[in-house]
Each structure stands twice: as structure tokens, then as C-alpha cells.
Design a protein around this ligand. Structure first.
Ligand code: ADP
Length: 980
């Protein structure tokens, strides 16, 4: 939007601030306000003039500097404080904001001024007003407080006028409760509240002890402003105040009478009420309109009073309703406001008469037995008997007497001759000394407890009251019993009020929870909450007990020390006669032990069930695992035997048979192994192990298996070689082989890689595959016996779930650990960490692989002792490459004969022979020639068997079934001359 020039000029003209436009040389424009500021008559007085001529000499430099800044465009706006000399030569103080503008194509300055003179004057005025106000306030002879509506004292004035309750500065910024006694503070609060709500000024009279003297004040509460109240306090004259207290506010009936004419000058509230007149009515009356005595009589009486001769006079007074009342009047002189007045206190006598009658009634109707007696003394003044003066109805019942006449006037010895002197002495003392006594006593004949009170209404007399407290005593007794029970109960007891706040806990509670009674008093029992139970649990609890029922349940709670416990609780409400709930009682028994047992039991049961399931599963699986390969072996053997087949087919069948046998063998091995582990029969034997070689060996062994599944198979090249350590070799091999076999088994595409790294003294073995993976939730349990990740019966993988548990047992025996990291469909990595001992033993430097078929060592005469021909045949075939002549013996005797006849160098001997056991044969052979190398061979594949065999003196030991590889290795070892 574009404004035209005249519009803008109009705006400038009417602006409230003085505005100038000037070039360096002269003023070009001024508005009305500027004209006024400069005390000019019109614009022409100023236009064309040099602005500088109006600037006070002290400020010329400042103004010139500021202008320069603008012209050089250093600043867009400058603000300067200036003194201006007006046309009338007076000085105005201004603050000018100036900036550069374009005025008719020439640079000019526009200055907008703020007239500080006016502001200053206003300020001055304000100060003057305040001073005035202060002086006014100071002249009010009251102590003044400015109090906020929420009771804080903000300011106070005129402390010199009144005696102060506290030092002046102690009043400020304090809350009234912090300053004044509680009862006064409460009254002040009430007044402030009333003022706030009714908007009507309030008054309060009060007393305060200042300088050890009671002083009286009156405070006025006045609205001051929106947030504050003015409290104006003045001191009351003591006499006024006392008069007011004693006369106006007194409960007794009081009149002030002019003794000259009998006019009632003043009457208090009690008097107005008694006579039935309003204050205005009664103060119109003369005393003779109330007193029914004749004027003369009244005069005479008053005269007597005036002369101070008589203080109590019995009169008859007439009330407004005409009723005549017997009154006793006390009168005295009093000077009030320089006038002598008669001060009368009127005592209504009617009630006394009535009271006596009432008293008799009451006396007779008292539930407690009551009797008045007179003591009878002997010549020495010793009490010897007492006489009944008065008894009430209850006393008759109490003593079983028929009428008062039977008792009154008689002495206790006449009535009850068996009365002990003891009682006469006790009551005698009361009657003669005036000493009061009170005691509880049990009357056996009546089986009742009484509270006995005795006092002396008059010397020589005594009154006794008997209050039956049997019921009380019994409850007390019962309470004591309960208390005892509570205190000693072996259960924690909590009693709360209806709001659930603890009122009582017994010592057992402290024992269980660790909280002391005083710590939990008024607390909610929720301090014991463990967070185990949900909201519904507690809601149900409350609903039950609030409906008046007992809640029974179990809590899992937390002790003070943060430990947890179980308790069985019964919580019941306790109601009064009206059916209202007065308390809740919780009785709780610690059942942590039972719970633990119960939980252990459940766990055991679950485990048993689980084991049962596992067993069934295992058996089914096992039968499948045994039958499948057996079936293949039997089937194909059958085929081989009975069917005409090609050589190719034959090889194929043999392969199947070999695979199946292998599978069966592995399974049986595993089962035997696990049962050994289970019975703790396996121990760790440390050997020197060339880890790199063993890994190569495993790699070579399993390579074919992996290739058959078209998997890439790697032995990681990262490990240090050679690496020789001391560990249990067979276990180490079993661990790695098992893991790699599993990896191949559970992988269908991709790769399997394994290897080891030595990290300090930890041998870390990794077996990684890109197989089916193991679901997270199964990763822990696959290491358990007979557990397979996929437990469905129609699973496509062979195995019974023993491999990993064997691996784990071995790893643990070697003090290591095993972990699996796996993702379904992506693959698994098993990591085994075993602490190992590095040894100085270094691998014998030969590069040959044991499985090389080229024999290193040729022996000339070798003997195989084996009763099973097929095993013998197999061994013969495997050994053919190593020996020129192989002899066969079916039993020990045959063997010994052959030994006699031929220079046998090596003997392969079965351990179980028909005529002698292998160990005995060994002894015979060594006896014959200790240089003969004897190799034990048997189906006893247990580690201990092997150890035992070696200990017996076998040079080597191989277990059935063995492969060409085994034999190659063995023969290599023999060649190397290493005995293992
Ligand atoms: P199994 O005889 O069933 O192979 P194991 O004890 O060797 O028994 O293994 C237990 C289970 O762990 C297997 O049944 C299989 O579900 C799972 N498992 C073991 N290794 C692997 C692996 N490399 N990849 C996927 N699953 C595996």
C-alpha cells in the first residue's frame, strides 16, 4: 500500500511526540508537539533555523557526533539524550531518536523526541504523593499492616504507636502463623477469609501477652487493593476491655443501675435473655418495674447495698412474661465514666431448688451403688464402726437388702457382723482426714469387680460409691489375653484403620519384614509390595474385604532389606455394632519354604514330564535311526548275494552299505559315549597335540562328505602353524569333528568353514555354515541330551540329538565353553573356547600326510591274531602294502606257534580271543621277544580300555572298525618310532 504525502504529513502533525526534520543547516519541518516543546507559537518560528542553536552548549558536541554517524551511514538510527533550550529560554530534557531520510531528494534527518521533562515531573509528583501518603499514614494513631490475601505481612507502619508483639523486622515477609499464637492466627485467618468473601470490613478484638502483661487490641480488616489487605490495629484501654469481658460477655445475669433513680443503665446479654427483654427495652426500665418489692423496701435494700453493708439480698423479680423468679442479688459500687453506678449480679435461685430435687432423683436412679455414712470412734478417736445415713436403690440391690429402712440408722457391724476391721480403718481415715480414696475390688461372693470411690462430704462422714466394672475387667482381661496372643503369635499380624493405614503390627511382623512397629505406623501395607501381583489381584482383595468378607490368599512380598518372601494371608474387616468397618486385621503366615518346595516340586515334575517326553521321542528316534541303516545294510547285502548285477551296481550297493554301516557305527559310538559320560567314567587324558595337523586331518576326512552335498568347504588359513599344545586329543578331535559334521549335515547350499585361532592361552575354534540355522529359542536346549531343534518325527535329518551334548560335555571337561550364534535360514556359527597349555614339543619335521598310500616302512613278517575271519581279512588287505608276509592266527595258541616258527616283527592282536585274552598273549609275545611291536585291536572303543591296553604294554591300540586311513596313520607312527 502506498501512502500519499499529505496522509503521512497528517500523521506526523498529530503525533504526540515532538518530530523535527532538518538538514545540516536548517529545520525543514516540525509538528505540533515539537512546536509545543519549543514553546514556539507556530512552525514558522522554527523552520529555517539551525537546529544546533537550540541545543544546550553542553550537548552540542554529542549531537554533532551523533549526526555525523548518521550521515556517514555508520548507524541506521541514533538515540541521544539532549538538553534543548526553548524559545522561552527554559530547558527541556529530551531523548531523540534520529535517522536519515530522503526529503525532496535531499538527505535529511528525522528526529522523534521524547519529552523527559514531563516524565521527570510526573515522577516527582509520584514521590510527593507517596510522601504525603506516608505522612497521612504516620498520623493515624494505629499500627498498620499491609497483609497479602494469603496471610503474609508485606509492610507495616507506625510501630511506635503500640506495644509490639515482636520486633519490627520480625513481622516482615512472615506468615501470620509464624508470628502470632495459633489461636489468634486462626482468628485472623477467619477474618481475612470473611473479608475476601463478603468484601465487608471486619473487626477483631484480641489479647496478647506483651511485656508479661495481658494487653488488649482491636484490629480492623480493610480491603487495600486487589491482593492486599490493610489491617489497622489499635489498643483498647484495659478497663474498657475488662468491663466488656466481665460485663457484656459474662454468662451471669448482670445489670448496671443508677442508684439515684433506679434506672437500668446497662444490661448484658444474659440479663436480656433471663428477663426476656431486648437491650433497648430493658434499658428503658426502672429496677422497680422488675423487682416486686415496694419502692420503699427497694430503696432500703439499695441503701444498705450502697453502704456496703449487705452484698446478697433475696428478691423476687418479674420477667417480661409475668413469671416471678426467686433471685439472689449481689450488688456493688462501680465508677464508670465518672459516674457512680450499681453493679448487680442476679443469681437465679429457682434452679437450685429444682436441682436438689433432681439430685435426689438422680441419686436414687444412679446405677452405681451409693451410701453415706457416719464414722463411730472409740474414746481414743479410733474408728470402730460406721452408721448408714443414706443409701440409694442401687445400694439395696448391691447388698441384697429389701428397703432403705433396713439399713439407714444401722451400723455396719449390726448389719454385717463379719465386716473386717480393715474396711472400718480405711473408711475411718477418709471420714476423719478428708482424704479421698479410689480402688478396684473384687467381691468373691458376687464374683464381681467394683470400682470403689470414697470421700468425705463432711468431717466424720464418708460417702462411698461402688461402680460395677466386672464387664470392663473381663474385657480388659480378655484384651490382655489377646494382646499376649498377638505379641507372641508366630504369624505376622497387621491391624489397619479403615483407610488401610497401619495401626498395629506384632513382633513377628518385625521379625519377618525387618520393619519396626514405629516405622510402619500410619503407613500403607503396600510398602511390602514386590510388584509381583497385578492390579486385579489387589482390587479383588479390596473388593472382598470392603464387602465385609474375609480375603484369603498368598502374597509375594518384599522385606525392608529388599529380599522377597511368600506369605499366606487372611484379611478380615472388623465392624462395630452399626456394621461400619473400623479396622482391618491381616494375619499372615510365612510360607516361603513351602513355596520353594512347591516350586521345586513343580520344576521336578516338569522336568520329569519333559524327560519322559524326551525319552519317548528318543526311543522312537533311536529305533528309526537304528532300523534305517540296518535296513539298508541287510537289503543291499541281500541284493548283492542273490541278484545278478553289474560291477557298477555292485559298487553302488557297496557304497550304500558302507555309508549305512558308518551311520550305525557313529550312532552306537555316541550312545556308548554318552552313557559313559553320564556315569562319570570318562576322564581327561592330556596328550601332545599338533593342532594344525589334526585340523588338516579332519578337513581331509570330511571333505568328501561336503563335496557330495556340493558345499564349499574351507579350512580357514588364519591359524598359527605349527601349533602344538597339550590337551586331550581324542576329545578335541571329537568336538571339532562333531561340529563340522553337523554343519555339513544341516547345510544344503553355500559353504562350511572351520578353523582355530589361538588367543593367548585360549584356543578358539569356529565352525561356520550357511545352513538351516537354529531358532533363537532352541539355541540353548540343543546342547541337552536327545534334544533336536526340530522335534517333529518326520524330520529329514538323521541323528538322535546326542552329538552336541557330547560336544558340550567334552568342552566342559576341557574347562572350556561353547556358544552358538545362529539365524534361521542364514546359518550357524559354533564357537568353542578351550584353555590350553602350549608345549615345547614340536612336530617332527615331516611333511607327509598319514593317508599317503605310499608306505614309508616295510616290514617282512607280520602276524594277525583274529578269531573273526572277516575282520582278519580286512586287516590283511589294509596291511598288504606294508608287509611282505602276513601270517594269520585264529587264537593265541596258533599265534604262539607262528611266533616260534617265524621272525615276526609286528603282531596285530585282538583283545578277545577264544583261548586266552589279549593281555595274556601280549605277555607271552613280549616274553618271547620284547622287540616285537604288538598292536592291540578290539571293539572296546572306550578311552579307558585304550588306556588300560597301553598300560598293559601294547605298543599301539586301534579300535574297530578301522579304515585304511587308520592303518596308514598307524604304520606311519610305527615308522616314526613314536609310541603313543
Ligand atoms: P543331531 O543328532 O540331531 O544332529 P545334535 O546334538 O548334534 O543332534 O544337534 C542337536 C540339534 O541341534 C540338531 O537336531 C539340530 O536341530 C541342531 N543343530 C546342530 N548343529 C546345527 C547346525 N550346524 N545348523 C543347524 N542346526 C543345527
Amino acid at each position: 500500500m502506498q501512502f500519499n504525502y499529505s496522509f503521512l504529513k497528517n500523521v506526523l502533525d498529530i503525533a504526540p511526540n515532538p518530530i523535527f526534520i532538518y538538514s545540516t543547516e536548517q529545520i525543514i519541518y516540525v509538528n505540533e508537539a515539537a512546536i509545543k516543546l519549543m514553546q514556539a507559537s507556530n512552525a514558522n518560528d522554527l523552520i529555517g533555523k539551525n537546529f544546533a542553536q537550540y541545543v544546550h552548549p553542553d550537548y552540542i558536541q554529542i549531537s554533532a557526533n551523533d549526526l555525523k554517524k548518521l550521515f556517514e551511514q555508520q548507524l541506521p538510527v541514533v538515540k541521544s539524550y539532549l538538553k534543548i533550550i526553548t524559545l522561552n529560554k527554559s530547558i527541556a530534557e529530551v531523548e531523540v531518536s534520529a535517522s536519515l531520510i530522503d526529503y525532496n531528494n535531499k538527505p535529511a534527518i528525522i528526529g522523534i523526541a521524547n519529552n523527559l521533562t514531563e516524565v521527570k515531573q510526573l515522577n516527582q509528583k509520584l514521590i510527593e504523593y507517596e510522601k504525603k501518603l506516608a505522612s497521612i499514614i504516620n498520623q493515624i494513631p494505629h499500627l498498620l499492616f499491609v497483609v497479602t490475601k494469603d496471610g503474609y505481612i508485606k509492610e507495616f507502619f507506625n510501630p511506635h504507636y503500640l506495644p509490639l508483639y515482636k520486633k519490627p523486622k520480625e513481622f516482615l515477609n512472615k506468615n501470620i502463623e509464624e508470628i502470632f499464637p495459633a489461636s489468634l492466627a486462626e482468628q485472623i485467618r477467619t477474618k481475612i477469609f470473611a473479608l475476601n468473601t463478603t468484601k465487608q470490613n471486619q473487626e477483631l478484638e484480641y489479647e496478647l501477652v506483651i511485656n508479661n502483661r495481658e494487653q488488649y487490641f482491636k484490629a480492623y480488616f480493610i480491603n487495600f487493593n486487589e491482593n492486599e489487605i490493610l489491617v489497622s490495629v489499635l489498643q483498647l484501654r484495659n478497663e474498657d476491655y475488662i468491663f466488656k469481658k466481665l460485663f457484656v460477655e459474662s454468662q451471669s445475669i448482670k445489670l448496671l443501675i443508677n442508684p439515684e433513680n433506679g434506672k437500668i443503665v446497662n444490661a448484658n446479654k444474659a440479663a436480656c435473655e433471663f428477663y426476656g427483654y431486648s437491650f433497648d427495652e430493658i434499658t428503658q426500665l426502672n429496677i422497680n418495674q422488675i423487682n416486686i418489692l415496694s419502692d420503699d423496701e427497694i430503696k432500703k435494700a439499695m441503701q444498705l447495698e450502697k453502704e456496703n453493708q449487705c452484698h446478697f439480698v433475696n428478691f423476687k423479680h418479674r420477667l417480661k412474661n409475668g413469671e416471678i423468679k426467686e433471685v439472689e442479688v449481689y450488688s456493688g459500687k462501680i465508677i464508670l465514666n465518672n459516674q457512680e453506678l450499681l453493679y448487680s449480679i442476679i443469681h437465679d435461685k429457682t434452679p437450685v431448688v429444682e436441682q436438689e430435687r433432681k439430685f435426689q432423683n438422680l441419686f436414687d436412679n444412679l446405677i452405681e451403688a451409693y451410701a453415706l455414712h457416719e464414722i463411730i470412734t472409740d474414746a481414743t478417736g479410733q474408728p470402730i464402726d460406721y452408721k448408714y445415713l443414706e443409701v440409694n436403690e442401687a445400694f439395696l440391690t448391691f447388698t441384697g437388702s429389701k428397703s432403705k429402712q433396713d439399713i439407714i440408722g444401722k451400723t455396719v457391724k449390726e448389719l454385717w457382723p463379719n465386716t473386717e476391721q480393715y474396711w472400718i480403718d480405711i473408711f475411718g481415715k477418709v471420714a476423719l482426714t478428708g482424704e479421698r480414696i479410689s480402688f478396684e475390688n473384687y467381691w468373691q461372693v458376687l464374683d464381681r469387680w467394683y470400682l470403689v470411690n470414697a470421700f468425705s462430704p463432711k468431717k466424720g462422714q464418708f460417702a462411698v460409691s461402688f461402680i460395677d466394672i466386672t464387664a470392663l475387667k473381663k474385657t480388659e482381661l480378655q484384651l490382655k489375653i489377646y494382646e499376649r496372643a498377638f505379641q507372641n503369635a508366630p504369624a505376622s499380624i497387621i491391624i489397619t484403620n479403615p483407610w488401610g493405614k497401619i495401626q498395629y503390627v506384632n513382633p513377628f511382623f518385625t521379625q519377618i519384614t525387618g520393619y519396626h512397629a514405629q516405622e510402619v505406623f500410619n503407613q500403607n501395607p503396600s510398602i511390602l509390595k514386590s510388584g509381583y501381583h497385578n492390579k486385579d489381584f489387589y482390587r479383588n482383595l479390596w473388593e472382598t474385604i470392603l464387602s465385609g468378607e474375609t480375603w484369603i490368599g498368598e502374597f509375594y512380598n518384599k522385606r525392608k532389606d529388599g529380599t522377597y518372601y511368600w506369605e499366606n494371608a487372611r484379611i478380615s474387616p472388623i465392624t462395630n455394632t452399626k456394621g461400619e468397618i473400623t479396622h482391618f486385621v491381616a494375619i499372615k503366615i510365612d510360607i516361603t519354604k513351602q513355596k520353594q518346595m512347591q516350586q521345586a516340586l513343580i520344576a521336578a515334575k516338569e522336568k520329569a514330564e519333559q524327560s519322559e517326553k524326551l525319552k519317548t521321542n528318543f526311543l522312537a528316534n533311536m529305533s528309526h535311526e537304528i532300523r534305517t541303516p540296518l535296513n539298508a545294510i541287510m537289503g543291499f547285502t541281500e541284493l548283492l548275494r542273490n541278484t545278478p548285477i553289474t560291477e557298477e551296481e555292485k559298487q553302488e550297493y557297496l557304497k550304500v552299505i558302507a555309508q549305512s554301516s558308518n551311520r550305525l557305527f557313529n550312532l552306537i559310538n555316541d550312545i556308548l559315549e554318552i552313557s559313559k559320560i553320564e556315569t562319570g567314567e570318562i576322564s581327561v587324558t592330556k596328550n601332545i597335540v599338533e593342532v594344525d595337523k589334526e585340523f588338516d586331518f579332519i578337513y581331509q576326512n570330511l571333505k568328501l562328505e561336503a563335496e557330495e552335498k556340493k558345499l564349499s568347504f574351507f579350512l580357514n588359513p588364519t591359524f598359527p602353524r605349527p601349533l602344538t599344545i597339550e590337551t586331550d586329543k581324542s576329545k578335541l578331535l571329537s568336538i571339532v569333528t562333531n561340529l563340522v559334521k553337523n554343519a555339513i549335515k544341516y547345510t544344503h547350499s553355500g559353504y562350511v568353514e572351520f578353523g582355530y585361532v589361538l588367543k593367548g592361552s585360549i584356543l578358539e575354534i569356529n565352525v561356520k555354515d550357511t545352513g538351516i540355522g537354529i531358532p533363537k529359542e532352541k539355541q540353548n536346549i540343543i546342547f541337552e541330551r536327545f534334544v533336536q531343534a526340530d522335534m517333529r518325527s518326520n524330520k529329514p535329518y538323521e541323528g538322535v540329538g546326542l552329538g552336541l551334548s557330547i560336544v558340550k560335555s567334552y568342552v566342559e571337561m576341557l574347562k572350556g565353553n561353547i556358544k552358538v550364534n545362529s539365524e534361521v535360514e542364514k546359518g550357524s556359527t559354533f564357537t568353542v573356547k578351550i584353555p590350553v597349555q602350549l608345549t615345547a614339543y614340536q612336530s617332527i619335521e615331516n611333511n607327509e600326510q598319514e593317508q599317503l598310500t605310499k608306505p614309508l616302512f616295510q616290514c617282512t613278517h607280520l602276524l594277525i591274531v583274529e578269531d573273526d575271519p572277516s575282520s582278519g581279512d580286512l586287516l590283511t588287505i589294509f596291511l598288504q602294502a606294508y608287509c611282505k608276509q602276513i601270517f594269520r592266527a585264529q587264537n593265541a595258541n596258533e599265534a604262539l606257534q607262528i611266533l616260534q616258527q617265524h621272525p615276526i616283527q609286528i603282531v596285530f592282536s585282538d583283545i578277545k580271543l577264544p583261548d586266552m585274552n589279549g593281555f595274556d598273549l601280549l605277555k607271552e609275545i613280549k616274553k618271547h621277544n620284547p622287540n616285537i611291536i604288538v598292536i592291540g585291536q578290539s571293539g572296546f572303543a572306550m578311552e579307558d580300555d585304550i588306556k588300560a591296553a597301553l598300560a598293559e604294554g601294547f605298543d599301539f591300540y586301534i579300535t574297530k572298525p578301522f579304515s585304511q586311513n587308520t592303518i596308514n596313520r598307524l604304520m606311519n607312527d610305527i615308522a616314526k618310532g613314536i609310541s603313543k
